[in-house]
Ligand binder design. Structure first.
Ligand code: AMP
Length: 420
């Protein structure tokens, strides 16, 4: 039987794996600059956590979640997104009291059962932050600027930041009502909706604006900005003014909804024109009610996540060498079996020397002739090859070959380290 990776998943190796690590490195550096510390949570949780937070009527929960029963019959789910787990952990571990400042970042796989297509996977790698306990517009702006900072450091210049406010529990109900009326089932607009949207209208009318089929149709549909209360309007004004001060370009997009239920006030999405139909590199927003709804203290919060694969595609488009760092290699070769253990010992010594931190040490490859080892060293891009050979060894020495110039020098074993 031949095994293949499950549908929607992919393996990463070589340059692709390096690119993922490079992006992670850039993110961790930026997180440190903004004083976010890491939080690691399980990859699966009680399924009802996501049903309650992400939302029962969202596509994620309705269609995309990997749900399974464990051997005791408990309903679990592979996490489809990061926020619910971190919110759960924040409450469970009483982080409001102990963490000092509630700024966390996370890195890890998310799982969604989706029709695999370019930019949509069953398992994707997300990197994100959650900022708890700060209700001010400064926190929103900080998170958006942090996200932009990461993209700039990854060499991405085409950054399209979409911004919108979803209002709060005071002003959103009137907007929902206006939308429900506009799309009423027996009305002209209601009849034009796709089958999914016809079901959505009653439960979650905002999602109609986000629908891939219907989203573009209703230009004259009610807009959230016409319903924002004074506080939400003021909050949005402050976020945009902070972004302008930071010379951060953005577009106010009244059609932006995001597929999750818990957002309040600011939401944003960061897109790249270098990507195809799935052009969102990341997104997020404020969720001031979620922690309380989950039984925690009344805690405002804002967060976002990048889809690492998509950010990498955008980075590669603008900079083909993104993450492709050449590792320096030194190869230790043995001309015959007599020298295997000598070569092995030297390789070990080099790895544990100062050189080891900067250079990869390879060899000896014992089932190959010296000629094949040199060929392999060349293939690996080795800068130097240390050769254990009969003649040199009788003089307590080795040959060191510079692979670029093909020059070979005899070096005393005691002086190899300096010569390299
Ligand atoms: P979301 O919170 O669902 O918007 O997810 C945040 C980001 O993760 C998105 O903007 C995408 O870049 C990425 N993402 C989400 N779902 C997938 C998926 N199925 N495949 C690849 N990337 C995804």
């Amino acid at each position: 039987m031949k095994f293949t990776a499950p549908r929607g998943t992919h393996d990463l190796w070589g340059d692709q794996a390096k690119k993922l690590r490079k992006l992670e490195e850039i993110c961790r550096d930026v997180f440190l600059r903004y004083n976010f510390s890491e939080i690691v949570t399980p990859t699966f949780e009680d399924a009802s956590l996501f049903i309650k937070t992400t939302g029962e009527t969202t596509d994620i929960v309705e269609k995309e979640m990997y749900v399974f029963a464990d051997r005791k019959g408990r309903q679990l789910a592979l996490r489809p997104e990061g926020t619910p787990s971190i919110a759960r952990s924040y409450i469970e571990n009483n982080l409001a009291q102990t963490a000092g400042i509630g700024k966390f970042y996370y890195v890890g796989s998310m799982f969604r059962y989706e029709q695999p297509q370019a930019g949509r996977y069953g398992e994707d790698y997300q990197i994100g932050v959650q900022y708890f306990g700060n209700a001010s517009a400064e926190a929103d702006a900080e998170v958006i600027l942090l996200a932009r900072d990461i993209l700039i450091r990854a060499g991405i210049k085409q950054i399209d930041i979409r911004l919108h406010s979803l209002g709060c529990e005071n002003c959103r109900p009137a907007f929902r009502k206006a939308l429900t009326d506009y799309f009423k089932p027996d009305g002209e607009k209601g009849k034009e909706l796709c089958d999914d949207c016809k079901k959505r209208v009653g439960k979650n009318p905002l999602r109609v604006l986000d629908c891939k089929i219907d989203g573009h149709k209703f230009e004259d549909a009610p807009k959230m900005e016409d319903h924002l209360c004074a506080e939400c309007r003021c909050h949005m004004g402050r976020v945009t003014s902070l972004l302008k001060d930071a010379k951060c370009e953005y577009t106010l997009d009244h059609k932006l909804v995001r597929g999750l239920d818990y957002y309040t006030k600011t939401i944003f999405e960061i897109r790249s024109s270098a990507l195809g139909a799935q052009d969102a590199m990341g997104g997020g927003g404020r969720y001031d009610l979620l922690i309380k709804e989950l039984g925690g203290p009344d805690t405002p919060a804002v967060g976002f996540a990048f889809g690492a694969e998509r950010v990498i595609i955008a980075a590669e488009k603008e900079n083909p060498d993104f993450g492709r760092e050449q590792v320096k290699v030194i190869f230790v070769a043995a001309s015959s079996e007599t020298f295997y253990s000598h070569a092995f010992k030297l390789a070990e010594k080099l790895r544990n020397s100062e050189l080891g931190g900067k250079v990869s040490i390879e060899g000896p490859v014992t089932d190959k002739s010296l000629k094949s080892q040199l060929r392999l060293a060349d293939k690996l891009g080795a800068s130097k090859v240390v050769i254990f050979g009969e003649d040199e060894f009788t003089r307590g020495a080795v040959a060191v070959r510079d692979m670029k110039t093909q020059e070979q020098k005899e070096i005393q074993l005691s002086e190899v380290m300096e010569a390299l």
